[in-house]
Design a protein around this ligand. Structure first.
Ligand code: WQD
Length: 347
């Protein structure tokens, strides 16, 4: 098939059918870009794509493809003139990564290397990478700013280490390609859902992360929350994290698309709110949004877990002109609307 000429800048979105990816795809369309999705559907559902098209009111190009398939990737670059890549394609379960390190390094690093290979072959110069605050390891100070050291040895799981390795690959690539623009985004804890309630987080199997788990208890799918650790050095003894609305995360990505136009080179930004909430505060907040009582059990700490992690969002505000707009009530209201309308996710 020949490339249908459109006047919109085409942005390749590996992992675009997933939780973060689908919300960013909606923001790309809103900002006038044409997203070209590719996804192996290993942790996402094609129903999500149908709903994104319903919300956006347009068809979206999507290829069922694994980024480890370099030839398949090359075919897409031949068919489309890609302006930028927004890469979400990665496995992200901390627990699973401890059990399956080879799978995590092969997938997360391998996908990145294939995308960079195609960028070199097809002269694509703009790349947005989905990284994680987990690369900071155990905080030496809080709030975390982008100057905080990232010490590989202090990252306690292969998932986090794979992100750390990807960041180093990108830093070396930026040196070799001074005319490329590479932005590394370190997410804190994305939660919530699009206001329509049509899309949201739908983990495969038992949720690893707190809020999808709490939401499944609220909707009656799980009996109670296991509060992992109540003896941390925090106000109520439970872990404190910087939860950020997934739509705010999406607008942060659009702010980076504008940054490419300034030929920004290599940049790294924290995407967080700067505010930390504890596990018990999050459970209470979802009780308030849902009107449900959410049972929980006090359990031992998870190995490798940290007491408090939250962002200093000043650099993104200064250089991207971006800050999170949605508060805890917005996050919980939107999360509850998604979960209560879709108790079993996309099925
Ligand atoms: C948050 C808090 C737990 C589950 C990880 C990754 C990070 C990012 C988000 C990958 C902690 C507590 C959790 C539960 C609980 N990307 N908790 N009961 O560990 O901060 O970050 O996920 O997905 O890279 O490191 O997020 O949601 O797992 O935990 O009490 O059933 O909730 O101890 O204090 P985390 P989380």
């Amino acid at each position: 098939a020949t490339t249908v000429e459109t006047n919109k800048l085409q942005v390749l979105v590996p992992g675009g059918v997933g939780f973060i990816g689908s919300h960013c795809v909606l923001e790309l369309i809103k900002a006038g870009y044409e997203p070209i999705l590719l996804d192996n559907l290993s942790n996402s559902s094609i129903e999500c794509l149908k709903r994104v098209e319903q919300i956006a009111g347009c068809k979206i190009t999507n290829y069922k493809l694994d980024c480890l398939d370099l030839e398949g990737l090359r075919d897409i670059f031949k068919k489309h003139s890609i302006y930028a890549i927004m890469n979400f394609a990665a496995l992200k379960s901390v627990g699973e990564s401890v059990q399956k390190p080879v799978l995590y390094y092969k997938n997360n690093v391998g996908c990145l290397l294939n995308l960079l290979t195609c960028m070199e072959e097809f002269n694509v110069k703009n790349f947005l990478f989905s990284s994680s605050a987990t690369v900071y390891g155990a905080p030496q100070y809080l709030p975390l700013d982008e100057k905080h050291p990232c010490i590989g040895d202090s990252i306690t799981n292969p998932y986090g280490k794979s992100k750390y390795i990807c960041e180093h690959i990108l830093k070396d690539t930026a040196i070799a390609h001074p005319d490329w623009n590479i932005i590394i985004l370190r997410y804190f804890n994305p939660v919530g859902a699009h206001e329509s309630g049509l899309i949201g987080e739908d983990p495969v199997g038992r949720p690893n992360n707190l809020m999808p788990y709490v939401a499944q208890v609220a909707v009656g799918r799980l009996p109670f929350v296991n509060v992992t650790g109540t003896d941390y050095d925090t106000p109520d003894g439970t872990g404190v994290r910087d939860y950020i609305h997934v739509v705010d995360l999406g607008t942060g990505h659009i702010a980076c698309m504008k940054k490419f136009k300034e030929n920004c080179g290599l940049q790294m930004y924290n995407l967080g709110t700067g505010k930390g909430y504890s596990v018990l505060e999050m459970i209470k907040a979802l009780e308030k949004a849902s009107g449900k009582t959410i049972a929980f059990k006090e359990c031992p700490r998870r190995p490798g877990d940290l007491a408090s992690v939250y962002a200093d969002p000043a650099l993104a505000a200064k250089e991207l002109g971006w800050a999170a707009q949605r508060d805890l009530d917005d996050m919980c209201r939107d999360l509850w609307r998604w979960q209560s309308k879709n108790p079993n996710g996309f099925q």
